[in-house]
Design a protein around this ligand. Structure first.
Ligand SMILES: [Zn+2]
Length: 334
């Protein structure tokens, strides 16, 4: 049976069609720079005054938010990207309640689009022969497998896909206590472990892609204990846990589209994780987790020594010494 065009999956890694001359969603030829969409949507740049703000890429080069664009054909722009951004904009206007009411799939696709944009910008910069990257992404085979898995599920932005009994990513929505919150917008990511986080006012959205929600499930107690307004230093600790958990995550899910039957109007994906040949998580090491904390707590300038004062229990602002959730009104440097 011939597969209708709108149900045909696209794989940019086939023939490495990652450059500016191919639509990022369908691979159609595009005319750079006309056929493109911003990584951070116009409404987002307007809302947080981002357009001229600078971003430092991994190779140390500087770009502005305005410069960050991904190639996109006119059809995908008007049928897939712009409707998604319109929905995200409406949601942002509703604030935290809006994000909580948004479907997991839409949140996944919206965060996925920005993650993809940053990822591909870094990758293409690195493939430039004049650039000597500090952390060569392109040589990382595991990362490519993960990126491939991510992209298979991210095709849901273009192709109607139903995920059978799984969510393709771990998704988190956190609420920031406004009292000591001074930053209205920020984002951070880790390209090798496929984590992306963005802060919009008092809402922090975070995703760990290509993990089928397993990282979130593994930290469900922390997720349950943080369903309340958190001090920014607690948010940072939460993020350190996600980043480190994603780093320990050791498997790459496989996805399979079920064969289409005549009359099908969408694809159904099944997933499989090979946890026989390797364990799902590498073992947790407090010393490495402490480094993740130090990185996320940079703004508060907390030394590694202070974090690791008790090597069996690194410093925490989410939990007290007895392991009970900690309520924080203010941070006082010790
Ligand atoms: Zn397209």
């Amino acid at each position: 049976m011939a597969i209708p065009a709108h149900l045909q999956l696209y794989d940019p890694l086939e023939g490495m069609r990652l450059g500016p001359q191919y639509c990022f969603l369908c691979g159609a030829p595009t005319e750079p720079p006309i056929d493109s969409v911003p990584v951070f949507a116009y409404w987002l740049m307007d809302r947080y005054d981002l357009a001229d703000r600078q971003i430092q890429l991994l190779d140390q080069s500087i770009v502005t938010y305005r410069d960050l664009r991904i190639p996109c054909c006119q059809h995908c722009r008007t049928h897939h990207v712009e409707p998604l951004e319109a929905q995200a904009q409406q949601t942002a206007e509703l604030g935290l309640d809006g994000w909580r009411a948004l479907s997991a799939k839409t949140l996944f696709l919206w965060l996925g689009k920005m993650f993809y944009g940053v990822f591909i910008t870094e990758l293409l910069t690195e493939l430039n022969p004049l650039v000597k990257p500090r952390y060569p992404l392109a040589e990382n085979a595991q990362m490519f497998r993960r990126f491939h898995a991510f992209f298979q599920t991210f095709q849901a932005l273009r192709v109607p896909i139903e995920f059978e009994d799984f969510t393709p990513a771990s998704l988190y929505i956190l609420e920031v206590d406004p009292r000591e919150d001074t930053i209205s917008f920020e984002y951070d990511d880790d390209l090798t472990t496929m984590v992306f986080s963005i802060k919009l006012g008092n809402t922090v959205l975070m995703a760990c892609f290509a993990d089928n929600g397993i990282v979130k499930d593994a930290m469900r107690r922390v997720v349950a204990d943080t369903a309340r307004p958190l001090h920014p230093i607690q948010i940072a600790e939460f993020k350190a846990r996600v980043y480190y958990g994603a780093y320990l995550f050791n498997v790459v899910p496989d996805y399979y589209a079920r064969p289409l039957k005549p009359g099908d109007d969408h694809l159904v994906y099944d997933t499989l994780i090979d946890d026989i040949t390797s364990s799902v998580f590498n073992p947790w090491e407090n010393s490495a987790y402490g480094q993740s904390l130090q990185e996320m707590w940079k703004r508060w300038d907390i030394s590694y020594k202070a974090i690791m004062q008790n090597p069996a229990q690194p410093l925490s602002f989410l939990y007290d010494d007895l392991g009970q959730p900690r309520i924080m009104d203010a941070y006082v440097a010790s």
